[in-house]
Design a protein. Structure first.
Length: 277
């Protein structure tokens, strides 16, 4: 009886600590950090096309921001990403980046933007502001010391604003439009650790959507994205990463939004540093 009682007391005292240690073994794995805050410099190539119809339904011009508005085809963008692996197979991510662009050009074709018309050979200036915030949850179907395979679901809030301004003989002509689109995002990600300090991560997503915005308007389109990143745990709590990112959205919007269609894509390399703990 005394032996049984002693064994029971020993189990009560030792088991929680033993189990906790076993359950937390993943935190020492190459891809097992609980928290990660990373800052990156992203240099993408950009391709942006937008159409805004007139209020009477007359189709607008498909405006190529790089070709028609003189905007640069490449930019250097800062971005920030926060990851929290709150359990072995469960992770939350939150990221944000801002893209503010401007350009100037002389029109080579007549541009119909909403109810405004910008004639040929007109000097124009323009701007495009994009704010992207994305949040996602990932579940690891497979996760061990060497490899991980996970599926994810989340929301990407894309906030677009752009405008054109020109000065004709009769005065200033300007037009602006914009939309905030909360878009669903689904994907699959994977990782492989070559050593304790060097590991590769990759991911891809493809999603078609169609939503009713009102009785007459709807939002429809397709989102594609892909990522490949090589990470190195250079110091105990510091990682460096080199990545290549791709994103494309091709969407049509209802007339009530201001935008009628947008085809927006970027791809390019990124360099980042992360603090992990």
């Amino acid at each position: 009886m005394r032996i049984s009682t002693a064994i029971l007391l020993l189990l009560i005292l030792v088991s929680p600590r033993t189990f906790a240690q076993t359950n937390d073994d993943w935190q020492s794995w190459p891809m097992g950090e609980r928290f990660s805050i990373s800052v990156s410099a992203f240099r993408p190539s950009l391709d942006t096309k937008v159409r805004v119809d007139a209020s009477d339904g007359e189709p607008g011009t498909v405006i190529d921001f790089e070709q028609n508005l003189g905007m640069s085809e490449t930019e250097l963008l800062p971005s920030i990403l926060f990851d929290w692996r709150f359990a072995k197979k469960h992770r939350l991510s939150l990221g944000h980046f801002v893209l503010n662009r401007s350009g100037s050009a002389v029109t080579t074709t007549e541009i119909h933007f909403g109810d405004e018309v910008f004639s040929i050979d007109l000097p124009i200036s323009s701007f495009l502001d994009v704010n992207v915030t994305h949040a996602s949850y990932s579940y690891s179907l497979l996760f061990d010391e060497k490899k991980e395979l996970a599926i994810s679901a989340g929301l990407s809030v894309q906030d677009f604003k752009f405008g054109i301004q020109g000065n004709e003989g009769q005065g200033l002509i300007e037009a602006e439009s914009g939309i905030t689109a909360p878009l669903p995002a689904f994907g699959i990600t994977g990782g492989y650790a070559f050593t304790d300090k060097l590991f590769l991560r990759a991911g891809a997503g493809l999603f078609s959507f169609e939503f009713a915005l009102s009785n007459e308007d709807e939002l429809s389109g397709e989102i594609k994205n892909a990522m490949l990143a090589l990470h190195h745990q250079t110091f105990e709590n510091v990682q460096f990463a080199i990545s290549y990112l791709f994103f494309d959205i091709d969407a049509s919007f209802g007339t009530a939004t201001g935008f009628n269609s947008i085809d927006y894509s970027y791809h390019g390399p990124s360099l980042g540093v992360a603090v992990t703990f």
